[in-house]
Design a protein around this ligand. Structure first.
Ligand code: NAI
Length: 711
């Protein structure tokens, strides 16, 4: 495959134009490296060439590595040695470029990220177009990697150690003006001036030797330099508190920059390759790339939409119930360009729901993200009403009224009476089985669950819940709707709590059970935070109150009778609600004390209510209980067919309830630990903690046969 064009003009300026055949974007690939090296070699040997311009024929200069290709290598069992060779190959090309003896300019006609910006860094001069989309940077940290093609060495040598760390550790991708200020590029010009500027620079006969290749270049002094010593100390502490040592990428970037700064360039680059290889061959980068990028993108593009169903477009939707969820759903739908009928039982309630969108849009205007006219247009799409007749030409309706079967049945009947035959009726219920709600519908094949998360305009996930009678066509078209909202659907089969709530419940129950087992509450909370969960389970329960999990349990007991296995924290919940009357923050009383709505410390009576044991477990034991219980429940969901694909389980965990990204999700966590080891550990835990830790049969089979969740 051709990846570039090469030409030399009458003035002896060679131009290498990156142009990957048949691809929308130039990426670093083995073909590219071979062809680029050959082009540089040709220019170097050609005595008529006085300098080289590297530019691109695509709208972007070059994105980094192809993440999907990288994931393929990782899943095929890439070793640290392979990863080192992979990094060194690109580094050799860059080194060849900067030492070719002729001046080289990167003429950046568009964005240059990751490997693309590293190529620009290997040029002697960087000129970029004045276009806000032409961002530059080394965002590898966001996928658990470090820039492994010289970025950690050239950028600090060019712009300074602290500045380079700030850019790399935050994965910053500044637009041209900021990039110029930071020294990441040397000139910003209009598109028409890009190539003339590059040419003029070469014709000025600049020095084609990098500062670090000049005789007498002095490397940094490392810790002997007090400014560097203090930067290192501050950054190390900040990274430890941010990552809790779960994601090795930031601290490895710091090592690469710091240790490399005292070395001659070739040794520094070899060090970078070594550290890069460690990350690339490790599990965290694979987890981040797989779930947070590759699988998330595939889900957003509806990779698991039922096949053979023509795509459906949407123009107008109805939202029943203008409360917290309904008003959020109306807002995202209007922002996606849909007309919205927002209905509630009184006009004031409906208008109140619309006012939520007005507030969101005002904020966007305030931040300069929208003009006033645009905001007015969006708001104008929402009609607040009590009149069902307005639903008559809606393509889909989402019901978000009170969580009550009879009320939901009533609004279903009233809406279906006026909706077109082909409209979809979706319920946003969080706990009621879809198949049961569908009993109120005259066309249950068009009835589905669309479980949005709160706040809707900030949570991109939607669980699409398939009831017993929901058709594949309805599932496919409901996914089209979610994609139209620019949100991410995961397909889930009907089950108590569906997928996300079901697994998430195990986390909060385990948190409370730990308390009952005599574990210090601070240890429970810290273990969760150290795992990378945003808050501890006890604080979280206080936020959402115990009422909801308690109600879910009571309903399950009513529905399933003796067949229902009460959650392990049943007694803690019962006592907190009935005995101590401390259901959560909303009431100013929970596991914590609250003053004026602010969390203070733990409730003073907590240790009398749940006395701490003499012997406390290690933080690792607590952490395992909190994480493993969720992974086990996800494995059960997969086995029972609640989940249709492992990727949906992992995406749902990250986006649905904030399971730590470094794990790649609940199933990827099992793979990270190792299937056999995970099963063994769970069996040992089950022996002391109870049957909830018994691994399901399918997981044991997988472990025995080494069958991973992802091929
Ligand atoms: P909410 O209480 O804020 O809003 C419910 C709205 O429905 C109210 O405005 C109410 O006036 C209206 N309503 C009630 N009966 C009605 C009727 N017969 N006709 C028209 N409107 C009626 O409740 P929220 O939190 O928005 O929840 C709505 C649904 O979404 C529930 O099924 C809930 O389980 C579900 N859900 C809630 C989430 C949350 O975080 N709050 C998350 C996901 C789903």
């Amino acid at each position: 495959m051709n990846t570039l064009h090469y030409g030399v003009d009458a003035e002896g300026i060679a131009t290498v134009t990156l142009d990957a055949a048949g691809k929308p974007m130039n990426v670093v690939s083995p073909e590219f490296i071979a062809q680029f090296s050959a082009a540089v070699d040709k220019a170097a040997r050609d005595s008529s060439v006085r300098g080289i311009i590297v530019t691109s024929a695509k709208p972007a200069f070059m994105a980094g590595a192809d993440l999907k290709h990288m994931l393929g290598m990782m899943q095929a069992g890439l070793t640290e040695r392979d990863a080192y060779v992979f990094s060194q190959t690109a580094q050799r090309m860059h080194r060849q470029l900067e030492t070719c003896g002729k001046p080289v300019v990167a003429a950046l006609n568009g964005l240059a990220l990751g490997g693309g910006y590293e190529l620009a860094l290997a040029c002697h001069y960087r000129v970029i177009v004045d276009d806000p989309k032409a961002i530059v940077g080394l965002p590898e940290v966001t996928v658990g990697l470090l820039p492994g093609s010289g970025g950690t060495q050239r950028m600090p040598r060019l712009i300074g150690l602290d500045e380079a760390l700030a850019v790399m550790l935050d994965g910053k991708t500044p637009a041209p003006a900021e990039a110029l200020r930071l020294g990441m590029v040397d000139a910003v010009v209009s598109p028409a001036e890009l190539l003339p500027t590059a040419r003029a620079w070469i014709l000025g006969s600049p020095d084609a030797v990098r500062p670090w290749d000049r005789k007498g270049y002095r490397a940094g002094r490392g810790l002997l330099d007090p400014a560097i010593a203090s930067t290192m100390a501050a950054r190390t502490a900040a990274i430890a508190s941010r990552t809790q040592h779960n994601d090795p990428a930031p601290i490895t970037i710091l090592s690469a920059v710091f240790e490399g700064s005292v070395l001659p360039i070739d040794k520094a680059l070899a060090l970078e390759s070594k550290l890069f290889a460690r990350l690339l061959a490790g599990p965290v980068a694979r987890n981040l790339i797989r779930t947070s990028f590759v699988h998330k993108n595939e889900a957003a593009k509806l990779a698991r939409r039922p096949e053979g169903v023509p795509g459906r477009s949407y123009r107008k939707v109805g939202v029943l119930g203008a409360g917290m969820m309904g008003s959020g759903i109306a807002c995202v739908a209007a922002q996606a360009g849909l007309d919205v009928v927002l209905l509630d039982s009184s006009i004031d309630l409906a208008r109140n729901g619309k006012a939520y969108s007005a507030k969101v849009l005002d904020k966007a205007v305030g931040r300069g993200q929208r003009t006033r006219e645009q905001a007015d247009t969006v708001l104008g799409r929402i009609v607040a009403t009590t009149d069902y007749a307005l639903l008559q030409d809606c393509d889909l309706v989402v019901e978000a009224v009170f969580e009550n079967t009879d009320i939901k049945a009533d609004v279903t009947r009233r809406a279906e009476a006026v909706l077109p035959q082909q409209a979809i009726f979706a319920s946003n219920t969080s706990t009621l089985p879809i198949s049961r709600l569908a009993q109120a519908s005259v066309r249950p094949d068009r009835f589905i669950g669309l479980h949005f998360f709160s706040p809707v305009d900030r949570m991109p996930l939607v669980e699409v819940i398939v009831g017993e009678r929901t058709s594949d066509r309805t599932l496919a078209e409901a996914m089209d709707f979610v994609a139209r909202l620019r949100m991410i659907p995961i397909g889930v089969n009907d089950s108590r709590g569906f997928y996300t709530s079901r697994v998430f419940q195990t986390f909060i129950h385990e948190g409370m059970k730990l308390l009952e087992d005599g574990v210090e509450p601070a240890l429970v909370e810290n273990a969760a935070k150290q795992s990378g969960l945003p808050v501890g389970p006890l604080a979280l329960i206080d936020e959402t109150t115990l009422e909801l999990p308690w109600k879910i349990v009571q309903e399950a007991i009513a529905a399933e009778g003796d067949g229902y296995r009460k959650p392990c924290s049943y007694e803690v919940m019962r006592r907190m609600i009935e005995e101590f009357e401390r259901p959560g923050r909303k009431y100013g009383k929970g596991f914590y004390e609250y003053r004026d709505g602010r969390r203070e410390g733990f409730w003073a009576g907590l240790s009398a209510a749940f006395p701490p044991a003499e012997r406390q477990p290690t933080i690792d034991e607590v952490r395992k209980r909190l994480l493993y219980i969720q992974a086990l429940e996800t494995a059960r969901c997969l086995e029972e067919g609640v989940l249709r694909h492992p990727a949906d389980g992992d995406i749902g965990a990250l986006l649905g309830w904030g399971f730590p990204a470094w794990t790649g999700g609940t199933l990827s966590l099992i793979e990270t630990i190792g299937l056999s080891r995970f099963v063994d550990e769970c069996e040992a835990m089950a022996a002391t903690l109870g049957p909830r830790f018994v691994p399901p049969g399918g997981l044991k089979d997988r472990a025995r046969s080494g069958r991973h969740f992802y091929a």
